[in-house]
Design a protein around this ligand. Structure first.
Ligand code: FAD
Length: 440
């Protein structure tokens, strides 16, 4: 049986970035890539409508950590007719096309063996990792990079049949032509983050003229991007020192509010992004939990911004309303909006669950991450939202599954950096003449 230098598990942007990093930094490695059975870069970058756009400006979305403008360069060279310029928020399917092009440019066998399979098991075995697929096929690798993303949401117990837990799967399965909705129907969006925004825009683009109601605990959309001058270096240095020693979630937010009173808030958040994980790691666990409980919503609204014209489209839609509250499902499957001590019955024809990835649910069930936790290969982070860095350095976890240990670990700029850092870390002991660490 062939033994590979590296197995990359996951066919999304993080998996691709890791294969690219390995081919660039360790060209002699033989890489095995389990891309998963799901074709295309779903859900974020395939099977979408042009109204579904990137929430990061085009010049920052390159997959190559050393060259963030790579995507912009590719678009301008391949599609000059689109007239794309820095600062544009382009359709996400264009980014999907770019990912396909980067994938097509990979060196093939024997350097790379790419398999459209789901991996079911990763077992330490005689100084290597034994990799087992659902159909019982096996391979061995000295190092493994888990780039699994996270599954979509989970329906609440007793949710009715018209509650759609995975709205992106629902969207992709929609038939051509008229939607299976009447003009008088109401659609309920549970949540008001960027998925809710995408679904509202998508429903309108597909001709739905009925009412759309979004409900979230604070009842706010994400804020729009806007041009902003960078934070002056001296202000950043002073703020960095204070945030590093903040110690408490409340103080951290107070410091951010004070900074935003003196400088444009977007400039403050953008300048702090490279160090956000450091501030997060410096907080005690109990303060991290507090921040997630009380500050995660406001943080997301400011940090995960949408294109300004997308926000203008939402604001101009008279049939779209946004309300505060929590959606509850009772034992009979009826829906209620609870707010300020009152409960209101909801009668929606369709409920799209837009509460985002199921961080905690991914640690249970039948996914690979949950299996590895049960097998003792991975440990759940004390916050319960992801896994810890494996004690064994020949196994790496990248992306959303690291949420908890890392805070910024979901978007392309962080994912591509994790890919390069992971491969570099593996190369360091070899450059120093040591054997690569092997599973115990
Ligand atoms: C709707 C949406 C829009 C987004 N928009 C942006 C944006 O504009 N800008 C930005 O920077 N970020 C954005 N993000 C965040 C991030 O870029 C994407 O989520 C991105 O797809 C994450 O890449 P990933 O490879 O880590 O995970 P995923 O894309 O989820 O890929 C995971 C892969 O792992 C595979 N897999 C899972 N289990 C197994 C297994 N057992 N064996 C083999 N393969 C397996 C899956 O099939 C899949 O191919 C968006 C996210 C979403 C959901």
């Amino acid at each position: 049986m062939t033994s590979f230098d590296l197995a990359v598990v996951g066919g999304g942007p993080t998996g691709l970035a890791t294969v690219l990093a390995a081919q660039a930094l360790a060209p002699s490695w033989r890489v095995l890539w389990y891309r998963g059975r799901q074709p295309g870069f779903v859900p974020a970058y395939a099977g979408l409508h042009p109204v579904h756009r990137l929430n990061v400006p085009v010049e920052r979305m390159g997959l190559d950590a050393a060259q963030p403008v790579d995507f912009l360069d590719w678009l301008q060279a391949r599609h000059p007719e689109r007239g794309v310029r820095p600062g544009d928020f382009v359709p996400r399917t264009w980014f999907g096309d770019y990912l396909e092009a980067r994938q097509a440019g990979l060196r093939g066998p024997p350097a790379l063996d790419a398999r459209p399979q789901d991996l079911q098991g990763v077992v330490p075995s005689k100084g290597q990792w034994r990799l087992i697929t659902a159909d019982g096929n096996e391979a061995h690798a000295r190092r493994v990079a888990l780039c699994l993303g996270l599954p979509g949401g989970q329906a609440p117990a007793a949710a009715p049949a018209h509650w759609i837990a995975d709205p992106w799967a629902w969207w992709r399965a929609l038939p051509e032509g008229p939607l299976p909705l009447a003009a008088r129907d109401e659609v309920l969006l549970v949540g008001s983050g960027l998925t809710a925004v995408d679904l509202a825009l998508g429903l309108r683009a597909r001709g739905f003229a009925g009412s759309i109601r979004a409900v979230s605990p604070r009842g706010h959309w994400s804020l729009p991007h806007a041009p902003t001058p960078p934070l002056p270096a001296a202000a950043l240095a002073a703020l960095d020192a204070e945030l590093t020693g903040a110690g408490r979630a409340r103080r951290l937010f107070r410091l951010l509010r004070e900074a935003a009173a003196h400088h444009p808030w977007r400039a403050v958040l953008d300048a702090l992004r490279p160090a956000t994980n450091r501030y997060w790691a410096a907080l005690p666990l109990v303060e991290q939990a507090r921040l997630l409980r009380h500050g995660f919503g406001p943080w997301n609204r400011h940090r995960h911004r949408m294109a300004p014209d997308v926000r203008a489209t939402l604001d101009a839609d008279a049939g779209l309303r946004l309300e505060r509250g929590r959606i509850l499902v009772d034992a009979e499957g009826r829906l209620w909006r609870r707010h300020a001590g009152h409960e209101e019955a909801i009668d929606a024809a369709l409920v799209l669950d837009c509460r985002g990835p199921a961080f905690r649910a991914a640690m249970q069930g039948e996914g690979l991450l949950a299996r590895l936790v049960r097998a003792g290969v991975l440990d759940v982070h004390p916050l319960g939202t992801g896994v810890c860095t494996p004690a064994d350095a020949s196994l790496a976890v990248l992306g959303a599954a690291r949420f908890g240990e890392a805070f910024e670990t979901l978007a392309i700029p962080e994912l591509r950096q994790q890919a390069v850092d992971t491969v570099r870390r593996w190369l360091e002991p070899e450059a120093a003449g040591d054997r690569p660490s092997a599973p115990k």
